[in-house]
Design a protein around this ligand. Structure first.
Ligand SMILES: NC(=O)C1=CN([C@@H]2O[C@H](COP(=O)(O)OP(=O)(O)OC[C@H]3O[C@@H](n4cnc5c(N)ncnc54)[C@H](OP(=O)(O)O)[C@@H]3O)[C@@H](O)[C@H]2O)C=CC1
Ligand SMILES: C[C@H]1O[C@H](OP(=O)(O)OP(=O)(O)OC[C@H]2O[C@@H](n3cnc4c(=O)[nH]c(N)nc43)[C@H](O)[C@@H]2O)[C@@H](O)[C@@H](O)C1=O
Length: 319
């Protein structure tokens, strides 16, 4: 990928998109194209067609999506299915029409069956029922990776798909209702410590296990795969290590200096019991994560990222 190549980063203001922009700029890529959702609503087919005809990007990182945690996915079921289907269908179609040289599509680990054998290999896709709380989102993401494969088969498009595990890092979504577990805990424990609150409430039983990858590692993996992977099958991206939600809560409590009580709200869903990714294909492709969880958490806590938390998407503010 030439350093002056025209690279479109869709979703550049999001946690992943911003990390991709940081990584690409650090690598010397000096011709990045970005649009906010207010400037270009990727659900709008005509607007996307006009944008691609005008800009003709050579490379695309598709990090724009409607994203959220278990509560958001289970509440805005139609929006998670519709928005993500429209965004990815429009961007993939116009990338094919305009002859984009290579595109990287971001899926998610939630595409795999709720009770898949662990660790989850890419070939376990569609071998069992999905987790109900995020089924609409998962179906949209599965459709996206299948559309990438179909454009490759029918039109010879070099569209690759990556399936990241749960992510965290600067620019995350800290909305307590709609965020993922890790940013929600950072904010809950951080604010409780600052305010001297006696207790923090965690959703569910604390028994599910989750794997967490720092978003800067993800961006590095995406650049690595954009440069070195041209295959049809999706590639899992993760650390290969997981922990229980309870262990995560206790770790974040310790790192934020919280001394109070941790309460578990069993009325909230646990979701998938475990979704540890098998990352052997990624390792065979020459990439390993660098940022360990405790180190990554310490950096985010030191920045108190949640204090600056404003909805980084006007669309999100409306959610
Ligand atoms: N966060 C995580 O834990 C994980 C994320 N992923 C995937 O990574 C990708 C990025 O996620 P993440 O960065 O966390 O999400 P964010 O919510 O932080 O960012 C998503 C971005 O998408 C843009 N967007 C949303 N809707 C539209 C639209 N209709 N038109 C144009 N742009 C739109 C927003 O742009 P704007 O700000 O301009 O409104 C926003 O910046 C997604 O594909 C997600 O599925 C995968 C696994 C885990
Ligand atoms: C990346 C992945 O993320 C989503 O899947 P998820 O990992 O299940 O989502 P989550 O991070 O919101 O929850 C993880 C676990 O944590 C528990 N939990 C405790 N306390 C809080 C809490 O305060 N907030 C949240 N959100 N969860 C909490 C929560 O009950 C659950 O058991 C998919 O929807 C989809 O978006 C996707 O692809």
């Amino acid at each position: 990928m030439n350093k002056h190549a025209k690279i479109y980063v869709a979703g550049h203001r999001g946690m992943v998109g911003a990390a991709l922009v940081r990584r690409l700029r650090r690598a010397g890529y000096d011709n990045l194209i970005t649009r906010t959702s207010a400037e270009l609503d990727l659900r709008d087919q005509a607007a996307v067609e006009e944008f691609f005809a005008q800009e003709k990007p050579e490379y695309v990182f598709l990090a724009a999506a409607k994203v959220g945690g278990i509560h958001a996915n289970n509440t805005y079921r139609a929006d998670f299915l519709y928005d993500n289907l429209m965004i990815q269908s429009n961007v993939l179609r116009q990338s094919q029409v305009q002859g984009v040289r290579k595109l990287l599509f971001l899926g998610s680990s939630c595409i795999y069956p709720k009770l898949a054998p662990q660790p989850i290999r890419e070939e376990y896709l569609l071998t069992g029922a999905l987790e109900p709380t995020n089924e609409p989102y998962a179906i949209a993401k599965i459709a996206g990776l299948k559309l990438c494969e179909a454009y490759r088969a029918q039109y010879g498009c070099n569209f690759i798909s990556v399936m990241p595990t749960n992510l965290y890092g600067p620019g995350d979504n800290y909305d307590l209702a709609n965020s993922h577990v890790l940013p929600a805990m950072l904010r809950k424990f951080g604010e409780a410590t600052e305010q001297g609150s006696p207790r923090v409430t965690i959703w569910g039983t604390g028994t599910p296990r989750r794997e967490f990858l720092h978003v800067d590692d993800l961006a590095d993996a995406c650049l690595h795969l954009m440069l070195h992977y041209d295959g049809a099958p999706p590639v899992n991206i993760g650390t290969g290590q997981d922990l229980t939600i309870q262990e995560l809560a206790e770790l974040i409590a310790e790192l934020t200096g919280f001394m109070g009580e941790i309460i578990y709200d069993f009325s909230r869903p646990d979701g998938t019991p475990r979704k540890l990714l098998d990352v052997s294909r990624l390792h065979e492709l020459g990439w390993h994560h660098q940022i360990e969880l405790t180190e990554g958490l310490q950096a985010v806590i030191a920045s108190a990222d949640w204090r600056a938390a404003v909805p980084h998407s006007p669309l999100q503010a409306l959610a």
